[in-house]
Write a protein that binds this ligand. Sequence first.
Ligand code: PBG
Length: 328
Amino acid sequence: MTLIQRPRRLRRTANLRRMVRETTLTTDDLIAPLFIAAGQHITKPISSMPGHAQLSVDQIHHEIDILMERNIPSVLLFGIPHHKDGHGSQAWDSDGPVPHAIRAIKAQAPELMVIADVCLCEYTDHGHCGVLTPEPGHGDVLNDPTLDLLGRAAVAYADAGADIVAPSAMMDGQVGAIRHALDESNHHQIPILSYAAKFSSAFYGPFREAAESTPQFGDRRAYQMDPANSREALREVDLDVVEGADMLMVKPAGPYLDVIHEVRSNYDLPLAAYQVSGEYAMIKAAVQNGWLDERRAAIESLMAIKRAGADMIITYYAKEVARWLAEV
Ligand code: PBG
C-alpha cells in the first residue's frame, strides 16, 4: 500500500526518536522542596509523601550532599516552627527554622540556589496564609496588614542568605510589597519567584500534613484562585509582572497544563510549575499498589509539564528523577 505519510518512520529506533524529540527534561529543570523543622534530631517521615520527611537543620547535611551529588541546582524551603501564633511571627524570626537552614546550606553548598517560600500558613495557629479579622473561629484573611508581615519574612530570609524568595500567600499586592521591603533593606539583587497563579486545590492535601498548615476553619477559596479560571490566571500574572516579579509560577502543574501553556505564550519571564504534593502522592500510591511503573510515570508527568511550557519544575521527585536522568 502506498502511504505517502507514515509518521511511524521516525519512531523506529531509540536514536531516531532521540533525534526528533521536541522536549527535553534535564536535571537543570529541577527544584527540590525541603521541610525544615525547628529543633534538633528530627527526622519525621511524612506518611502521605513517601521518601520525604520533616528534617531539623542538624539532619539536612546528608540530604544536601545527595542533591549536590545529583547536580540539582536548587532547593525550596518550608519551615515548621516551634510555636505558632495569630500573626505567624516565627515566619520572620531570624532564629526560625528557615533562616537557620539557609545559613547551614549556604555554609555547606554555597552554589546551591536556595529559594525561600514566603507565606504565613505554616506559622499561624489558625493555619491561614495571613492575619485575620477579630471574630474568633471564622475570621476573614486581611490583605493589607498581611503584606507588611510577608515583607518582613522575605527580608529575614534574604538576610540569612536566601538567593530567591517565593511568595505563595496569594495576597493582592504581595509581590510589590516584598520588592519594596527587599529594596529598603538593600536586597536589590534578590529575585522574586512569584506563585502568580496559585489555585485553591485539593492536591495540596499531603503538603498540609507535611507542613502542619491545615486551616483550622474554613478553606483558602477567598484568596487562592478558583480552579475553573484561566483568564483570571493571566490577570494575576499580569499584576505580578507589573509589581516586579522576576519569575512566574503556576501551581499545581499537572491538572493546569493549559494555564502553563497560556502563561508561556503570553509572557517572556522564566516560568516555574509546581508539581504539588497530591500529584506526587497519587503516583506514589499507584506505584505502591503495583499499578504504575514509577520511573516512566514520574518522568512522563514532568515531561508533560515541560512540554506545556515550564522552564523549571518544583517536584518531590527531584532527587529520584535526577538519578534516573543520570543513568540514561
Ligand atoms: C503555602 C503553600 C502551600 C503549598 C506550597 N506553599 C499549601 C497551601 O496553599 O495550602 C503546597 C505545596 C504542595 O502541595 O506540594 N505556603
